[in-house]
Structures are given as C-alpha cells and as structure tokens.
Design a protein around this ligand. Structure first.
Ligand code: ZN
Length: 179
C-alpha cells in the first residue's frame, strides 16, 4: 500500500480533530484497527513506546510554546515496509491546534516480515541523558531543547531510540543548590 503524504491535527487536549485520506491509508497499512473512529481520540493512543511518547509530548509542548515549526526525519516501519518520512509539526496562531504533516522519503519492503518492536531493547552505554527539571537533553556535551536533540541525534529516525537517563543539568543543579 502506498502512502506518500499524510496529515493530522490535534486540539489543545491532544485529541485528533482532523485527519486526511493519507492518514487512513497509513493507518490501514500499519494495521491500526481502531483508526476508523480515531477522531476525538487522544493522539498518544497511537504512539508506541514510553520514551518515544515522552519525547513527542515534549516536542508538542515546545511547538505550542513557540519553538516551532519543527521539521524532523522520522522512521515509521510497518511489518512489511521500512519507511523514512519527514514530518513537520506546526501550531496555529493560538498555539492550541497543532498540525502534523508528513511526507514519505523512502519506502523499502522488508525481505521478510518484521515483528513490530514496541519495547525497545536496551543496549549498553547508549543512553540519552535528560534533565528531569528543565527537560533538556545532553547532546555532544551541551544541554539542548528537545527539538534540537531530536534533530541532531535524528532520534525519531532510529529503529531503536536510546533509553532516557534522567539526571540534572548543571544549570538546574546550581539553581537548586542556591535555593
Ligand atoms: Zn536542567
């Protein structure tokens, strides 16, 4: 099944309020049984993986706060196809409604059907440090916002996201010590 573009929008409660034909085709290609009545449902019902969910929620918050629009490479495989997409996340002027639009870059059929990995395997040493106070991430020695970390590390493009390692950045540590 071919999915070239898709888009969807969520309201200020993260509920899906608009989806296009591409979204339904995409949902069908990924075997989401419940996609037919997705309108009104919270977007996060359709996101697998605890850390992925956490990062996407942070990203959405940043876009609403005015950091966006954010454009990122995005990996979205189904059991039959390996897909690389580009996604753009943008808020409307009120900052409440957020529109996601994705475009397919490449799609390649797997030689053999792949199991969908919801719980990502942990690999030694490959953790992503996150400050539990300011929600920034340590990338190449610098604490950066989620959209910068996602772009620099191509987090959503990976088949496996590195597990989050909750810690505290020096700036927050300093603030807490003087408080
Ligand atoms: Zn911090």
């Amino acid at each position: 099944m071919n999915v070239e573009t898709l888009s969807y929008a969520v309201d200020d409660q993260d509920r899906l309020i608009r989806v296009d034909e591409g979204f339904y085709r995409f949902a069908a290609a990924n075997g989401w049984d419940s996609a037919g009545d997705c309108l009104g449902r919270v977007l996060w019902n359709f996101v697998a993986g605890h850390d992925v969910l956490k990062l996407q929620r942070l990203l959405l918050r940043r876009v609403r706060e005015g950091a966006g629009p954010v454009e990122l490479p995005f990996r979205c495989d189904s059991p039959e196809v390996r897909r690389e997409m580009d996604i753009k996340i943008a808020a409307d002027r009120s900052g409440r409604v957020v529109l996601f639009s994705a475009k397919l870059r490449t799609a390649r059929e797997w030689k053999e059907p792949q199991p969908l990995l919801n719980a990502r395997a942990r690999r030694g040493g490959d953790f992503l440090p996150m400050c539990a106070w300011c929600d920034r991430f340590l990338v190449h020695g610098e604490w950066v916002e989620v959209e910068v970390a996602a772009r620099q590390l191509e987090l959503f493009r990976r088949a496996e996201m590195p597990p989050l390692d909750h810690s505290i950045c020096p700036a927050c540590a300093g603030t807490l010590q003087t408080a």
